[in-house]
Structures are given as structure tokens and as C-alpha cells.
Design a protein around this ligand. Structure first.
Ligand code: PLP
Length: 389
């Protein structure tokens, strides 16, 4: 199209949303569709959080707030972060955003440009590559392999750094794999990265609370050697079942926060005020609903891993966090796109092909187990049928 910025043709999209639209269409046509494609908790937002938002509206909090967020929510984030990571942060370095995704967008706009390299996980959350491509920077893939429990190799990562590298993106626990980076690998990496003070790191920690077994999430920002290089992305969407509220945050190093705030002012002005009040209640109020949700996710995860591994030609790593399993599925030379299509069109089971998350995802499917156990049981049955046909 004439006149359009040509980078509009480079920007990708999130397949989970188009698969969800197709599965909703099949549903409205009367089919019994099981939707395991979208990444959002199936639990309601806790009542105390909803009440805080309603109260804010009733109390007349209807106007703009500062574009970096109200000071009370930025302080709540700082307290929450310190409580979980034993690392104090300055509330002035926090930017409240309409969902965690905005932190990816703003960070990529800050660093991405032709001639620059940005290292991203592969398979990885689609927005990373989309945005790198949009800016004209070159995405450099850091493979996260099944044989490595979908973690990465710190030496491999350090070997990818060149004089063009400006930004490295991490995501642990990871989407689409649920993989958690082991602490030893992080320590090796931190030692290596501290030699590159001009390279920044976007640490996407949106699943930081949804973590199982003996894994304890440790934020990359809690390593003092690299603290001036790290941007943390986190938010309320996954932990507090608030995906549709659109509330997230970034913690930016002192030298970057002013630029992040300028992007925020020009783009979203500020996050919905009542939502910010809800966000304060979420971080500062009781956490028992979160604990219950994580316990339930763990039961479902154990069920899915065990049942998938019983099926011939499927192998599934036991993920350390998030609410996805990422099984490898071998079926008649089908691509993961074909498997996902067939499951949706013939069995009415919505999943996301692994290849949507990068070349290393080929051969895998992302299955979200943020759904009732009875749906998961039926999904396993449908996959079994599909595999034996
Ligand atoms: N980062 C990762 C890895 C995600 O999976 C998601 C959502 O799916 C986000 C960021 C964005 O979350 P939000 O809904 O808060 O924008």
C-alpha cells in the first residue's frame, strides 16, 4: 500500500488470538470446543481486588493520573518487589503500564533500529520478535532446547554477543515452554554480562509467581553486578487473574526511566485510574487466592505431563512454572501448524503450534492448562484419538 511505513509489513502478530477467534467461531456454530490456546488464568479476579476498583470509581477517581502511575501504586510495586526478591528498588524507577506487553513495546522502541542486534529466546513469546522486526533491528536467536529443560546455555548466550548487541531478552518462567532458568546458569551469565555495561537486559518476569517444585524465582535485578543494566517486566495479568484489566509494570534503570516515561506520556497517557487502585490492593492485600490458584495449576500440570507422556510419540518435559506444557509431538511428518489445525478443525481442541514461537518450536505444541480439569481430561482423550488415527 502506498504511503505506509514499510516496517508495518515486518510486524508479526500473536497467533493465540487468531486461534481463539477461530475457536470462538466454531463454538458459536454449536461445536463443543475446548480452548487451551490462550494464556490466561481461568480463575476470577479475587473479590477484594474488584471491590477496590469499584470503590475507587465510587470515590470519584475518574481523572488522569501521572503517566508513570500514581505514587501509591509505584510504592506498592517497590514493597512487593522487595518482599519477593529481598532487593530494594526506587519507586521512581517504576513505570505503570496498560499490561506487561507495553514494557516490551517501549523497550524495543528504545533500542531497536537497523544495524542493532537484539538477542531473544527461541521459542519465545511472539511479541519479542515482532517488535524487533518492526524496529528494523536484527533478532538473534537464543535456542531453548527440550534436552536443556527449555533453559538456555549461558556460554552459548555469551558467544552470541557482538559489538552490535544492544539488548538481550530473558523470560523465566517462560512462555511457551514453562521452562525455568536454573540459578547456576544465571550466575554464570551475570558474571559474563557484567563485562558489557552497555548491553541492557529485558527480563520478562510476568510468570514469576507461578512457579513449582523447588524452584524459587530470583529476579535478574537482584544481582548487584548488573542492576544498572536490567529492565524488569512484571504485572498483574497472570498472578492475579487480571489479563483483561490491562495492568503491568516495568522497573527501568535510572538512566532509562525518563525515556520510558516519555513513551508512556505520548502513547497511553496513564493507566485507567480505578485499575491502579485495584493493583495496589492486589499487591498489598491477602495473597491466599494466588496461593490457591498456583496449587491448582500444579495439580493440572502434573496431570498433563503424566498423561501426555503416556501417549506414543509424545514427550513432554515437566515445566518449572507458568501454565503451559510444551510437548513434542511426532505424527506422520506433520508440521506443528498442521497438528494444531487438525486438532482444532477435526477434534475441536484449540492449541498453539510451537512454530508460532520461533523455528526452535517446530515439532511442539503449546497447551495452556489454565482450564478446568474436566476439559484437560477430555483434551487428553482427543489427543490420544488423534495420535492413533
Ligand atoms: N510476557 C509474556 C511472556 C507473556 O506470556 C505475556 C502474556 O501472555 C506478556 C508478557 C504480556 O502480559 P500482559 O497481558 O500483562 O500484557
Amino acid at each position: 500500500m502506498d504511503g505506509l511505513n514499510k516496517s508495518m509489513y515486518d510486524i508479526g502478530t500473536d497467533n493465540a488470538f487468531s486461534i481463539m477467534a477461530r475457536s470462538n467461531k466454531l463454538l458459536t456454530e454449536g461445536n463443543d470446543v475446548i480452548n487451551l490456546c490462550i494464556g490466561q488464568p481461568d480463575f476470577p479476579t479475587p473479590k477484594n481486588i474488584i471491590e477496590a476498583a469499584c470503590k475507587a470509581i465510587r470515590d470519584g477517581h475518574h481523572g488522569y493520573t501521572p503517566s508513570n502511575g500514581m505514587s501509591s501504586i509505584r510504592e506498592a510495586v517497590a514493597n512487593y518487589f522487595e518482599r519477593n526478591n529481598k532487593t530494594p528498588i526506587d519507586p521512581n524507577n517504576v513505570l505503570i503500564t496498560p499490561g506487561g506487553k507495553a514494557v516490551i513495546f517501549y523497550t524495543m522502541l528504545m533500542f531497536g533500529q537497523p544495524g542493532v542486534e537484539i538477542i531473544i529466546p527461541n521459542p519465545g513469546f511472539m511479541a519479542y520478535k515482532s517488535m524487533v522486526d518492526y524496529t528494523g533491528a536484527t533478532p538473534v536467536n537464543l535456542p531453548h532446547k527440550m534436552e536443556n529443560n527449555f533453559s538456555f546455555d549461558a556460554d552459548e548466550l555469551l558467544s552470541l554477543i557482538t559489538d552490535k548487541t544492544r539488548l538481550i531478552v530473558f523470560n523465566s518462567p517462560g512462555n511457551p515452554t514453562g521452562g525455568v532458568v536454573n540459578e547456576k546458569e544465571f550466575e554464570k551469565l551475570v558474571d559474563g554480562l557484567s563485562k558489557y555495561p552497555n548491553i541492557f537486559i529485558l527480563s520478562d518476569e510476568i510468570y514469576s509467581r507461578i512457579i513449582f517444585e523447588n524452584n524459587n524465582h530470583k529476579s535478574l535485578l537482584s544481582y548487584p553486578q548488573i542492576k544498572d543494566q536490567v529492565i524488569v517486566l512484571d504485572g498483574w495479568s497472570k498472578t492475579y487473574a487480571m489479563t483483561g484489566w490491562r495492568l503491568g509494570y516495568g522497573i527501568f534503570p535510572k538512566k532509562l526511566i525518563q525515556f520510558a516515561e516519555k513513551l508512556a506520556t505520548n502513547c497511553h497517557s496513564c493507566v485507567n485510574t480505578a485499575t491502579q487502585y485495584a493493583g495496589i490492593e492486589a499487591l498489598s492485600g491477602p495473597q491466599d487466592e494466588v496461593e490457591k490458584m498456583i496449587k491448582e495449576f500444579k495439580l493440572r500440570k502434573d496431570f498433563m505431563v503424566e498423561e501426555l507422556n503416556k501417549i506414543k510419540n509424545i514427550s513432554c518435559v515437566n515445566p518449572g512454572g507458568a501454565f503451559y506444557v510444551f510437548p513434542q509431538i511426532l505424527k506422520d511428518n506433520f508440521t506443528s501448524q498442521q497438528i494444531s489445525n487438525e486438532l482444532l478443525e477435526k477434534k475441536y481442541l484449540a492449541t498453539v503450534p510451537g512454530s508460532s514461537f520461533g523455528s526452535e518450536g517446530e515439532g511442539f505444541l503449546r497447551i495452556s492448562y489454565a482450564s478446568k480439569i474436566k476439559n484437560l481430561k477430555r483434551a487428553i482423550h482427543l489427543i490420544e484419538e488423534f495420535m492413533s488415527e
